[in-house]
Design a binder for this molecule. Structure first.
Ligand code: 13P
Length: 339
């Protein structure tokens, strides 16, 4: 384990005013996204879409790294350049999703555990050779009347910690992502309680496995009302609850915290991040690792005419990256959004 390299990479991922572009949709998930624009999910279309995103001019100004799916890490652009090289030239660190997805947790109907540890050491060694500087593993925790159980929370935390230790052995920075889903009718307090318990279980497991926190990035879900809850918490309430939760559960040595968007609209995701960074300083940089909240507008614009709307779609992505980059330092406001 190269402590210096891991620490340097982790710090670069959360450098001031920068965050992560999550474009690591699995083959099943990217199909759902391309269905939105009526485009068949062929390898060429997936390449064209991701090439449009990654070749956005000056993307590296506010994007420190991008998480790829296995296919993209191995792929070349339409002109034959490896995506990894395109990214490195733009100052963007290549990352790789390494989990194999969430599967049903035996004995716990409705709950999931993320798989992918078998053979992971060898896959990570190959990913490091292919140019990956960091990796991602996502666990899924849902809230309802009977969930989550401690079996679900602790099994996922254990898998996340074993994944993180294997990453660091390969000098790859682990992003640990225990996503507490915002789907459901639960309120802000339930979201707080489950998110705090999940993070405490995760950091206990990371400690047990000897994971270097200075070389680890937490990808957290915000403490937020369920999307079907009658009472929706305001932006300041979400920011305050999320900060309180992180302060109670995330050790200060952790290199950084980046948020997923999880189904929030683009602008609300930016507002939440900005509200958290408008107060502080905090023990860790707080930034973004958005998927939908960075891509959605660009996807829809590109889908209107995939030949001729490349620049227009890229401008939408660049704008969201800039807005979120400013939110990562608490400098976002309506005039930035309108610009
Ligand atoms: P969303 O921001 O769309 O939730 O995606 C982030 C991500 O990488 C989920 O694993």
């Amino acid at each position: 384990m190269n402590v210096e390299q891991l620490t340097r990479t982790a710090q670069a991922m959360v450098a001031a005013g920068k965050g992560i572009l999550a474009i690591d949709e699995s083959t099943g998930t990217i199909k759902k996204r391309l269905d939105l624009i009526g485009l068949e999910s062929t390898e060429d279309h997936r390449r064209a879409y991701r090439e449009m995103l990654l070749s956005t001019p000056d993307l590296g100004q506010h994007i420190s790294g991008a998480i790829l799916f296995d296919e993209t890490l191995r792929q070349t652009t339409s002109s034959g350049q490896r995506f990894v090289d395109l990214m490195k030239n733009a100052g963007i660190i290549p990352g790789i999703k390494v989990d194999k997805g969430a599967q049903k947790l035996a004995g716990h109907p409705g709950e999931m555990v993320t798989e992918g540890l078998d053979g992971l050491r060898d896959r990570l060694a190959e990913y490091a050779k292919l140019g990956a500087g960091f990796a991602k593993w996502r666990a899924v925790i849902k809230i309802d009347d009977s969930a989550p159980t401690s079996a679900c929370v602790d099994s996922n935390a254990h898998a996340l910690a074993r994944y993180a230790a294997l990453c660091q052995e390969a000098d790859i920075v682990p992003i640990v992502e225990p996503e507490v889903l915002m789907n459901g009718s639960h309120d802000l307090d339930s979201s707080y309680e489950v998110t705090e318990a999940t993070l405490k279980s995760l950091f206990s497991a990371l400690y047990d496995q000897g994971v270097l926190l200075e070389g680890t990035i937490l990808k957290a879900s915000m403490v937020i009302s369920g999307d079907e809850c009658d009472e929706q918490a305001s932006v300041p309430e979400v920011a305050e609850a999320t900060l309180q939760c992180l302060y109670n559960a995330v050790p200060a040595a952790t290199a950084g915290v980046v948020f997923l968007s999880g189904g929030q609209s683009e602008i609300v995701a930016t507002q939440h991040l900005d509200a958290m960074n408008s107060v502080g300083p905090h023990p860790w940089p707080l930034s973004f690792s958005y998927g939908r909240a960075l891509q959605h507008g660009a996807l829809m614009k590109w889908g209107e005419d995939i030949e001729n709307n490349v620049a227009a779609a890229q401008a939408i992505l660049a704008h969201r990256a800039r807005c979120n980059g400013l939110a990562a330092t608490g400098q976002y406001d309506e005039s930035v959004e309108a610009a």
